[in-house]
Design a protein around this ligand. Sequence first.
Ligand SMILES: Nc1nc2c(c(=O)[nH]1)N[C@H]1C(S)=C(S)[C@@H](COP(=O)(O)O)O[C@H]1N2
Ligand SMILES: [Mo]
Length: 197
Amino acid sequence: MVRDTTDLYREFGDERLPPGQRRTESFPVLSKGNVPRVTREEWSLRVSGAVEESVTLDWEAFTDLDVETQRQDFHCVTGWSRFDCDFTGVPFTALADRVGVDSDAVHVLFHAADDYTTDLPLDACLRPETLFAFEFDGDPLSRDHGGPVRVVTPHRYAYKGSKWVTGVEFLTEPQRGFWEKRGYSVTANPWREERYG
Ligand SMILES: Nc1nc2c(c(=O)[nH]1)N[C@H]1C(S)=C(S)[C@@H](COP(=O)(O)O)O[C@H]1N2
Ligand SMILES: [Mo]
């Protein structure tokens, strides 16, 4: 079963395509540098910070959590949007439930194998569409697009979705990620054109 989330824009604006974006049928690749090579067997996810219990989940423990498939749109801050991407993965909320988030956590910093980081307020992470995706259109997520596991955030510009994700750090105070330090928005809502912060 595929859960269609492509109508989430109604909460933010009148048009499915956010202002200043153009639609593309292809799926461009945007990476800041090197493309890490990590297999599912080697991969693990470190969950730390303001949580009841820090854990490191290997592939098996990770995929033992809830898994679902969602149809999502993808909006890159550089101006392209791709509609109807089917991503299969673990919802952020399932991970949050597993570790027990402290009541004073307000922000999240994602860490990746290419030393990328990105930050997002906790409430944006806790939306049901924030997914740790490991399949795209029914196939294992390709390396270029962040395999084995990436984050997707259809309600935010796509730089909020860390490819090759290896860590989730819950924070009691905001901390800026790679692009956020370089002037991009912390909140990054495409329908409000929050491109720069
Ligand atoms: N680890 C990591 N995640 C990343 C990036 C990156 O360079 N490294 N680029 C971001 C940017 S700017 C975008 S638009 C999307 C691009 O995802 P794609 O290459 O699958 O289209 O990934 C985001 N996540
Ligand atoms: Mo981007």
